[in-house]
Design a protein around this ligand. Sequence first.
Ligand SMILES: Nc1ncnc2c1ncn2[C@@H]1O[C@H](COP(=O)(O)OP(=O)(O)OP(=O)(O)O)[C@@H](O)[C@H]1O
Length: 287
Amino acid sequence: MTPVIHTNGLSKRYRRKLALDDCTLSVPAGRIVGLVGPNGAGKSTLLGLVCGMIAPTGGSIEVLGRQPATSAEQLARVGFVAQDAPVYQRLTVAEHLRLGARLNPRWDNALAERRIRQRNLDPGQKAGTLSGGQRAQLALTVAAAKRADLLLLDEPVASLDPLARRAFLQDLLDFVDELQVSVVLSSHLLGDLEQVCDHLIVLADARVQIAGDVADLLADHHRITGAPGETHRLAAGAELIHEEQTRDESTVVVRAGGPKPGAEPVDLEDLVLAYLTRAAMSTAGVH
Ligand SMILES: Nc1ncnc2c1ncn2[C@@H]1O[C@H](COP(=O)(O)OP(=O)(O)OP(=O)(O)O)[C@@H](O)[C@H]1O
């Protein structure tokens, strides 16, 4: 099956700033992908390259088997909700749907109207007066009704309170199930990603630190705790990702093919933090 995103040595340079460097990825269809990384890691740049708003300065990218944004058909297959769920302030909710219908050849008006009803959005209300959560719901509705095959969401829940966030993510899961769409979701909120994502891309310093299906990544990584020195012996043959030491205890996160003696499982948050810390220490020159 054609990967939804396939990149090879993909790079983007803005004048002197390398925002994405030598990024090689293959995202299978049907995944909900969590795209994580610190501020300035290159997440929005990668999403911009995927939807074709940004042109690469190196390497190659294919989205749904084609170059991004090279035809009207290709544009219709990718939905993008930019950071802070932008909406047209002066247009009402209903006018957003009418505009969506005019601009999108695959527009599903029944779906859009059903979602607006289910979310209790007032069709006559101007989008500029909606709450942050309602605005996010409207933006997601417009993106869903486009009936895209790939949906890109750039920090869609950043401004939402915990309850609104949970509702938004549940809603996302429901309609991904209904529409069989692939999703890439960028977020700093690891707990939220753990709730919905089955594929992970960790970016730091413009580079992919780790990427893959969450189940495989969790099976491949372990935590070993012991006396300083002992953990390294137990981890022999495995790739050391990160080590934390107190005076009498050391904890290492390792990547190893098979189980290691005394190893415990890691969760998604441990895994992401281990890679982000390793990248931050490498940038700071700490080894
Ligand atoms: N148009 C631009 N011109 C110059 N530099 C840019 C431009 N857009 C992004 N950058 C730089 O590229 C790097 C990556 O930015 P990007 O917005 O992709 O990061 P991000 O991971 O989405 O960050 P955040 O989590 O803060 O939104 C940053 O250093 C940023 O300052």
